[in-house]
Ligand binder design. Structure first.
Ligand code: PLP
Length: 363
């Protein structure tokens, strides 16, 4: 089927581009002796998770228990829950999963360690644990050093927990290549501080997990890391483009939309609004607009309602009702999470339809 025959709005994934992105990241990690544990939050799909694993990923990463429950079908290997999971109901579900597959959890508090240990004891299972430290993002994670050691000692005393190392997220490594390169030096110092504190106390350092997509290709400059967890890299988006971390040609996802109204002069309305594209802004580059309209450099997507996208055509010729436009989203993870399925395309042809298996799994 030709893509123009699809009902819109529709999320298209160019399989050749996604495959190239997967191969490139796997090759980079292999070259630098880094493990790869991709974050599945971007695609939330078993098909893509299997492709990540078949390229040598050592396991998968999720944020939520519900995502782990879905993604487990793709892997007999380890799943890392890289989010401070808390709550009896969620931990009981995670303990059930731990009975069939190795579950690692990153935590930054005694309270979480105790709750996880209780859940493990109740179901007679064990969890691998990473101590999360803050390497500059200021979201979660203890200060690198003594606080991490104190939590680690507490974890070692609790039944059902096996301390395996450290985890951090490089969400602050952002911006132009020069900005990222300078931030990476500060991050490297924090990673070194955390690793040295564990080494001094002879605590396990089997895993030192870090990374993000914008930082991925600089990760080899951080001594002590054993693995990285990029997620967005599989599809990329306008934020990744404006950070200089990929080119437009590396963006695998386009949202196919239709012009549905031209009644107001100077604008056209497309059938893709915030419930299709997400209203996430651009965090770098021009910091305006809600996605890049492919092949139409003079038109901009200036505003979104839930189901309407406002296209400014004052600097371009008119668009006609029924015309198809394709939009590269600002934040592809949030966009894909709003769709039941994605259409796998090769050129202009639809090859397949894949489910977004873990969409909406926020608990
Ligand atoms: C803990 C954690 N690890 C890894 C990632 C992946 O980073 P990116 O989206 O830059 O690929 C994220 C993204 O939110 C994250 O929160």
């Amino acid at each position: 089927m030709h893509i123009e025959e699809l009902a819109t709005p529709a999320v298209l994934v160019d399989l050749d581009v996604a495959t190239r992105n997967l191969d490139r990241m796997a090759g980079f990690c292999q070259k630098h002796g880094l493990g790869l544990r991709p974050h599945t939050k971007t695609h939330k799909s078993l098909e893509f998770a299997r492709r990540q694993l078949s390229r040598g990923s050592r396991g998968l990463t999720v944020a939520k228990v519900g995502e782990a429950e879905v993604i487990v079908a793709a892997t007999p290997g380890e799943i890392l829950v890289a989010h401070p999971v808390f709550g009896a109901a969620q931990l009981e579900r995670l303990a059930r999963l731990a009975a069939e597959t190795e579950i690692l959890i990153a935590i930054d508090s005694d309270a979480a360690a105790e709750a996880i240990s209780c859940a493990a004891a109740r179901l007679g299972v064990s969890f691998g644990i990473l101590v999360e430290f803050d390497s500059g993002f200021r979201r979660c994670g203890l200060a690198a050093g003594a606080a991490c050691v104190a939590l680690a000692r507490g974890i070692e005393r609790l039944p059902g927990l096996r301390l395996r190392g450290l985890m951090t997220y490089f969400g602050n490594i952002w911006g132009s290549e020069e900005e990222r390169a300078s931030q990476i030096r500060c991050t490297a110092r924090e990673v070194q501080r955390a690793v040295e504190a564990f080494e001094a106390e002879r605590l396990p350092l089997e895993i030192v997990s870090g990374g993000s997509t914008p930082a991925a290709v600089l990760s080899h400059l951080i001594p002590g890391l054993t693995e990285i967890r990029p997620g967005t890299y599989i599809f990329n988006d306008m934020n990744t483009v404006y950070q200089g971390a990929c080119s437009l040609d590396d963006c695998a996802v386009r949202v196919l939309t239709t012009v549905v109204s031209t009644a107001i002069s100077g604008q056209a309305i497309i059938d893709a609004g915030s419930k299709t594209l997400s209203s996430d802004p651009l965090s770098s580059g021009p910091k305006s607009g809600y996605g890049f309209i492919v092949g139409q450099p003079s038109v901009t997507l200036t505003r979104l309602n839930e189901e309407h996208g406002y296209v400014d055509i004052t600097r371009a010729g008119p668009l006609r009702i029924g015309e198809k436009l394709s939009v590269i989203p600002n934040h592809v993870c949030a966009c894909v999470n709003m769709h039941d399925e994605v259409f796998i395309v090769g050129g202009e042809q639809v090859i397949d339809t894949w489910k977004v298996d873990a969409r909406g799994k926020v608990r």
